[in-house]
Design a protein around this ligand. Structure first.
Ligand code: ADP
Length: 269
């Protein structure tokens, strides 16, 4: 069995250590290289906190996190951050450069990358997120969705092994969202990029390899989307599954169990 790229063991965390109720309690899971894990759960269930712990922005109270075999702690976190990047919901907090391309280059400048290589990386990253034409724009004047794309480009340029996205697609229009999701799926296939995506979009979560359902700071389930949507009927299912249920309730002879979009389309044809 391969060593997982992320291994979380019995993680327990509280912002205010005087409080008894924990934000995360005894959270354990692992993620394989090249896997896409969607983290879902209601507001306040601890998803963002978990994301920030994974990239070393906070230290855990109890338990451990290993990234690529390195235990995350105060000393190792700088080394670990070269391998794991995070994109937040609100990209305004992440801009530093005066043009889009400067901004994407910022992380690379920090690691003293030679200029020619940096240019190639920035160009490629802007292309991946469809922002090449806006390379000379002032980032502060972009729309929310464009800012999110630039923030994602800044992380992709660093070529991390793992990208953590904390609702990083919320401001994207449906077309850009679909295109970026396709790009990330391709990077996962071609370059074994590991993706951890916190999302409320169940259509997106349904395309992940596995879903982690958090409930009040505890792992309620970690399994395939099919299993999660079958077992947790309180979760709003993806569109295809809603349609299957609707067709079934109208008496259509659809299969009686969960169907992915692809399966439903094949069945309808
Ligand atoms: P989610 O991302 O699932 O909505 P969060 O991780 O943001 O959940 O929040 C989990 C809990 O931690 C909530 O009760 C929230 O109020 C609390 N919390 C989040 N951030 C902070 C913070 N910086 N300081 C104190 N409490 C926080």
């Amino acid at each position: 069995m391969l060593q997982p790229i992320i291994e979380v063991n019995n993680l327990t965390f509280q912002y205010d250590q005087r409080l008894e109720d924990k934000v995360l309690s005894d959270v354990s899971f692992s993620v394989q290289k090249g896997e896409w894990l969607a983290i879902v759960g209601s507001n306040g269930s601890g998803k963002s906190t978990l994301a920030q712990l994974l990239v070393g922005l906070y230290s855990s109270l109890l338990g451990s996190i290993h990234i690529n075999g390195i235990e995350l702690n105060e000393t190792s976190k700088w080394e670990v951050r070269k391998q794991i990047g995070i994109v937040f919901q609100n990209p305004d907090n992440q801009f530093i450069g005066s043009t889009v391309q400067d901004d994407v280059a910022f992380g690379l400048e920090n690691i003293n990358m030679p200029y020619e290589e940096m240019q190639v990386r920035v160009e490629k990253a802007l292309e991946l997120v469809g922002m090449t034409d806006m390379r000379l724009y002032d980032p502060s004047r972009l729309s929310g969705g464009q800012k999110q794309r630039v923030a994602i480009a800044g992380i992709l340029a660093l070529k991390p092994s793992v990208i953590v996205m904390d609702e990083a697609f919320v401001m994207l229009d449906p077309k850009s969202r679909r295109s970026l999701l396709n790009t990330l799926h391709q990077l996962k296939e071609k370059e074994q990029l590991t993706i951890i995506s916190i999302t409320h979009d169940m259509d997106e979560a349904a395309t992940a390899d596995r879903m982690l359902l958090l409930e009040a700071g505890k792992v309620k389930e970690i399994a395939s989307p099919r299993h999660v949507f079958q077992q947790h009927t309180n979760l709003e299912p993806p569109f295809a599954e809603r349609l299957r249920r609707k067709l079934s309730s109208k008496g259509a002879s659809v299969p009686s169990t969960y169907m992915t979009e692809k399966e439903l389309v094949q069945w309808l044809w």
